[in-house]
Design a protein around this ligand. Structure first.
Ligand code: COA
Length: 375
């Protein structure tokens, strides 16, 4: 391999082929050919998940069957709930989801079946189970009992129901649904690539998903949406926003929710979510946070030329929805498991072991020194 082929962070490197999504021209995002704006506006998250996992939009009958399968798979085994009760109460939900991805494999009769049909069935089950795990763990942490999934509700409404035990308003249901759609898939990002690397060794789906969750957790990836809320809390008021952000930039602080490896002209998902966020801020009395965010956004764009990414509006959206910061990144998992699983299936269908090379920068050849002669 020539030196010229080395790109730190694999920036700009085409590391594989996919038919699942594309960041068209570095500015738009399409899932299997459909613009995310159309999907977020018109489709339910269930339709989007079906599109990703099965390759095409469902017919009405196929969608109904899909929703029934999800509802049937959503309740958790008692062993998993008991296990949740046994972990330290302050275990982060993100860490527990990673553990759950692994633990759920022990109760899945097809765990080691890597045929295409079994992979899809397992992916559907995981997609159905993660919201129940997230909500149950959150409630246990708050000192409440878990709430059973409601098979009559949509995916988004059921998630909100299990978190709070109240029927969500149509508006909150829609906000959750849209955010799940926008987070569902994003070609060769770090967590998806992690999942594909694991699959490329012919390992099983649950292992790939557990690895992907570990990669998503980091603050440069999925963990950013929780850090965005910390920033907004630190800034505190609209009056403080300008001086805070100018100081932070002068100190070369990394502002969570800004910048992207691929979208240099702006993240289309953030653009789509911003008006929804503004609308909800008015209805929930959070205009002051919106105004503060606007000042920060304007100055980061002006000074650094860095547009916001999806995490910038989505953290605010979740806050206005009354959701606890500790579940922001776990919500990303609940959505992205659909994208990850689609990539696992695609990788397995046309596999080649992913095994790049490295450029050696270590010591020159050394003579062997016996332990007794070492200083
Ligand atoms: C996402 C991210 C890792 C992509 O970064 P990247 O393509 O590797 O870009 P780099 O880290 O090389 O940054 C390039 C320049 O922009 C700056 N920069 C990038 N993101 C920045 C941010 N969020 N705040 C401040 N400066 C930032 C870097 O400091 C660097 O400046 P320099 O050239 O003066 O040193 C980066 O933008 C980031 O850390 N964002 C914050 C975390 C985040 O929101 N993640 C969610 C992504 S969806």
């Amino acid at each position: 391999m020539s030196e010229a082929a080395y790109h730190p962070g694999l920036e700009g490197v085409i590391a594989g082929e996919t038919a699942i999504s594309t960041i068209a021209g570095g500015s738009g995002l399409r899932y299997r050919g459909y613009a995310i704006e159309d999907l977020a506006r018109e489709a339910s998250f269930e339709e989007v998940a079906y599109l990703l996992l099965h390759g095409s939009l469902p017919t009405a009958a196929a969608l109904q069957d899909f929703c029934q399968r999800l509802a049937a798979a959503a309740p958790l085994q008692d062993e998993i709930i008991n296990f949740m009760r046994s972990v330290p109460r302050d275990t982060s939900i993100m860490d527990f989801l990673r553990t759950a991805a692994s633990a759920l494999a022990h109760f899945d009769a097809e765990a080691d079946d890597t045929s295409g049909e079994a992979q899809v069935r397992k992916a559907e089950r995981l997609m159905a189970q993660f919201p129940t795990v997230l909500a149950a763990q959150h409630r246990l942490q708050q000192g409440h009992e878990p709430i059973e999934p409601d098979p009559q509700k949509s995916f988004a409404a059921n998630l909100l129901w299990m978190l709070r035990g109240e029927q969500p308003s149509p508006q909150l249901e829609r906000c959750m649904d849209v955010s799940l759609t926008l987070y569902a898939e994003h070609e060769f990002n770090a967590s998806t690539f992690t999942g594909r690397v694991i699959t490329s060794t012919l390992s099983d789906l649950h292992s790939s998903i557990a690895g992907a969750i570990g990669a998503l957790k980091g603050p440069l990836h999925g963990g950013a949406n929780e850090r965005v809320m910390e920033v907004l809390e630190e800034v505190g008021t609209v009056e403080n926003a300008e001086s805070w952000i100018r100081t932070a930039l002068a100190e070369k602080r990394r502002i969570m929710g800004f910048g992207h490896r691929v979208y240099k002209e702006g993240d289309p998902r953030a653009r789509f979510l911003k008006p929804l966020c503004q609308e909800l801020s008015v209805e929930t009395g959070h205009e002051a946070i919106e105004a503060m965010a606007e000042v920060i956004e304007r100055i980061v764009v002006e000074e650094k030329g860095l547009p916001p990414n999806l995490d910038w509006p989505s953290a605010r959206l979740y806050h206005y929805m009354g959701l606890d910061v500790s579940i922001y990144t776990p919500l990303f998992v609940v959505s992205r498991v659909t994208g990850w699983a689609s990539h696992v299936i695609e990788q397995m269908d046309n596999n080649r072991l992913i095994r790049p090379r490295s450029r050696y920068v270590g010591p020159d050849p050394q003579p062997w020194v016996p332990v007794t002669a070492r200083r």
